[in-house]
Design a protein around this ligand. Sequence first.
Ligand SMILES: [Zn+2]
Ligand SMILES: [Zn+2]
Length: 592
Amino acid sequence: MQKTTPNNLDILRHSTSHVMAAAVLEMFPEAKFAIGPSIENGFYYDFDLPRTLIPEDLEILEEKMRDIIKANHPFERAEISFADALADFKKANQPYKVELIKDLEKSQETNKPINQLTIYKSGHFVDLCSGPHLDSTGEIPADAFKLTKISGAYWRGDEKNKMLQRIYGVAFESKNDLKEYLKMLEEAEKRDHRKLGKELDLFCFSDLVGPGLPLFTPKGTTLIDTLKKEVESICRKYGFEKVSAPSLAKPELFEISGHAKKFGDELFHVTSGKKHEFVLKPVQCPHQTQIYASKTRSYRDLPIRYMESDKQYRAEKTGEVGGLSRVYAITVEDGHSFCRVDQVKDEIKNMVNIIKDLYSSIGLWDNHWVSLSVRDYAHPEKYIGETSDWDTCEKMLQEISDEMNLEAKKCEGEAALYGPKLDFMFKDAIGKEIQIPTVQVDFATPKRFGLEYINEKGEKVPPVMVHRAILGSYERFLVLLIEHFAGAFPLWLSPVQVAILPVSEKFEKYAKDVETQFIASGIRAELHNQSESLGKRIREAEKQKIPYMLVVGEKEEADNSVAVRSRGDKNQEVIAVEKFIEKILGEIKEKK
Ligand SMILES: [Zn+2]
Ligand SMILES: [Zn+2]
């Protein structure tokens, strides 16, 4: 069988949506049809139906679809005048199609005129559609599609309009592709960070605090702090020093930086009864420019590298409920290098190496690709800075990609406000692509703030600013980590590294002693002495995905040992406490 290109898959998926609509027409002859495009992995169609659909309807519809596929109706294309189309769809009592035809007629007056509309007929179903479709319904593999979901959708996405019913489906070119996709979906659901975040007690939300404002529990905070320490220790090796700035600043700071214009109504304004007017910082860079500006700098002082992990605020559309992907307050690991032009290349290489170090330690580096994100050349007004600087930067990033074997792919229109960048995309355990780290060159911001240093000739010149985010925001990074590891974090990252379980109340004192020894050695230990059976506590610790469970009873107390169970392993091994502490400290250090 010939391999279908993505475009052919779109045609297959869209054609399947016609077949679904035909099946709906059979089930509800009075159904009114809205639109039915192809989407990622499948398709949907919106209907106005005499009753609310129930999940059982999907199976009936799937059966009817298989019959329509078997009947092998050709997709017959016909051209028709606006007047005829209007008359036909009015007669068929299809008000949504009538509205679409009227709109097309209107846009036809302003745009290039089309006198004819196309309609496609397959079996009894006729649709207003520009195509293309497969030649006939029989070309759709009958065992490679599935109707997946019913949901409400406003006509034209406008909540003032009528709520229609949307049926989603997925379609592939083979039964096996469908099977693999459904398996991946099931796995993704199991790994969903919202579900696991709750089960593992990592973060929560409160109506009183507000949506889009996650609260991190002790375990979630431990996870973030452990990551922070790791990132900071890697960055220190490359000469970064930590700074700290307040969460707000005068609006002027962000007007000069260009962020006020860029973020517009996404900025949070803070006022007080004492006539204060501040803006919550949407990014960290402008504050850091002012630390640089606090002293006279000489060419010999550069590069100056600052790093900071702090909250920043943007009123983004949140959409997602109970998750960390889009929130108002994000903790951003941000860093900048203020350097001379002749140092830029080395600074960027430094930052790429930091990214490589961190992502290697998490085991993600092997599965990545790099985007060389350049300007949208057709729309220079979207950016700040001088064209010659942009040209220099883009050329330099290309050279770095070549010299470091990054094989960066050029992506037009993906640059930042002030300069081109290297973006790193990673694939998690189930193949979901996530873009997190970024390195950006910026000639414009230092000039806007009048930053300078004294060069070898004694002249005042602006430095270059290189921005880097190693893990973007901690919130988004947590999503990646939770879903990638399905909550079973590596030992060094686990919020609880060992759980200590006394076999009965009698051994609680010994268990407590053991816990104290672990904590004193810097290991995150937790005593599980709830009044439940040992079996139940073991199952609970397993659900919490704690790397090591230490069971203690009479024998262990007698020889100062613990019975160790590793995560995912039912076997138990008795080891002396001291020896096990040594072993586990070694594993944490090696980031096993
Ligand atoms: Zn169509
Ligand atoms: Zn920055």
